[in-house]
Design a protein around this ligand. Structure first.
Ligand SMILES: Nc1ncnc2c1ncn2[C@@H]1O[C@H](COP(=O)(O)OP(=O)(O)OP(=O)(O)O)[C@@H](O)[C@H]1O
Length: 295
């Protein structure tokens, strides 16, 4: 279990994290959501013992994050936001290097992860592109099959296909009972992977809820193309759904909660196209709680 109690790291000028308290339960996947500069990296670095606290206390599996950070590293996999890799090694040499550091013989888990990403580990790291380096770093984090995963913006630098591969890897780790803390600026990532989501704003936790509660309350936005303008107008008049924008036969419609009723209502209209409009973290936050998430 990860325990964060009244944790403050004050860099001055209102930067850092302030009086954070929450727990990540064993086998839980927790999403720490926030915009750039919200304090996500600061908290993860504190948990890894890279940075001491100005106040408060935090532990992972009852080990003190500052005083017992070496012990924590034995059972924790940490993916930093900014990765640095030994450029002259191949991927496989990098795995061997990590295995030596961690006193492990088997590279199996890292190799399986690299395979899941379709990554060629025989190439020198300096010849990999940014996405391939990120995949390699993630595979390296999994090498010692850690009980706890702390992942800082894991999906950044990954393309759409690799993001799906990454999500599948995390869902597999989750089903194997790992305790996972993911720091991300992507509401979609957190919603897909996490059991609970904590929202960080200017270093403070402004909301913490089960993902099902947030999903239920948040909205989906669709751009719908009707066969005729008359049909679109009929939808505006009769459907009862919130229409955010109308442009001839196209309507942008907001739907909150379950989609069943929306789909049922929509089946009564002549629809030619329907596209889901992804909502940013900021749009979701503003819709749910009002106000502005950025500083
Ligand atoms: N060592 C430091 N000294 C002073 N200020 C710092 C230091 N490290 C981070 N900050 C500031 O603290 C705030 C929180 O930074 P942090 O990197 O934790 O945010 P973040 O949520 O991870 O965002 P990002 O995605 O941009 O990394 C930012 O305003 C940052 O500029």
């Amino acid at each position: 279990m990860i325990r964060i109690k009244n944790v403050t790291k004050d860099y001055g000028s209102n930067k850092g994290v302030f009086d954070l308290s929450f727990e990540v339960q064993d086998q839980e996947t927790f999403g720490l959501l926030g915009m750039e500069g919200a304090g996500k990296t600061t908290l993860l670095q504190i948990l890894m013992g890279f940075s001491n606290l100005s106040g408060g206390r935090c532990t992972i599996n009852a080990k003190h994050c500052w005083k017992q950070s070496t012990g924590i590293k034995n059972f924790t996999g940490y993916l930093p936001q900014k990765i640095t890799l030994p450029e002259s090694m191949t991927g496989l040499q990098f795995f061997r290097f990590l295995a030596d550091l961690r006193n492990r013989k088997s590279l199996e888990k890292a190799i399986r992860t690299a395979d899941a990403f379709e990554l060629d580990t025989s190439k020198k790291i300096r010849d990999l592109n940014q996405e391939e380096k990120k995949k390699l770093a993630i595979a390296g984090v999994f090498l010692h099959d850690p009980e706890v995963l702390l992942l800082d913006e894991p999906e950044s630098d990954l393309g759409e296909k690799a993001k799906v591969q990454f999500m599948n890897l995390i869902l597999e780790e989750k089903s194997r009972g790992k305790t996972i803390l993911i720091a991300t600026g992507s509401f979609a990532t957190a919603e897909r992977l996490c059991d609970r989501i904590g929202i960080l704003r200017r270093g403070m936790l402004v909301n913490l809820d089960d993902v099902s509660v947030i999903r239920e309350a948040s909205r989906k936005v669709f751009c719908i193309g009707f066969r005729s303008e008359l049909e679109a107008v009929r939808f505006v008049r009769e459907s009862g759904f919130d229409v955010l924008n109308k442009n001839a036969t196209q309507l942008t419609v907001s739907v909150s909660g379950e989609l069943q009723n929306f789909i049922k209502v929509l089946s009564g209209y002549k629809v030619l196209t329907m596209e889901s409009i992804p909502q940013t973290l900021e749009e979701t936050f503003t819709y749910l709680y009002g106000g502005d998430l950025s500083d």
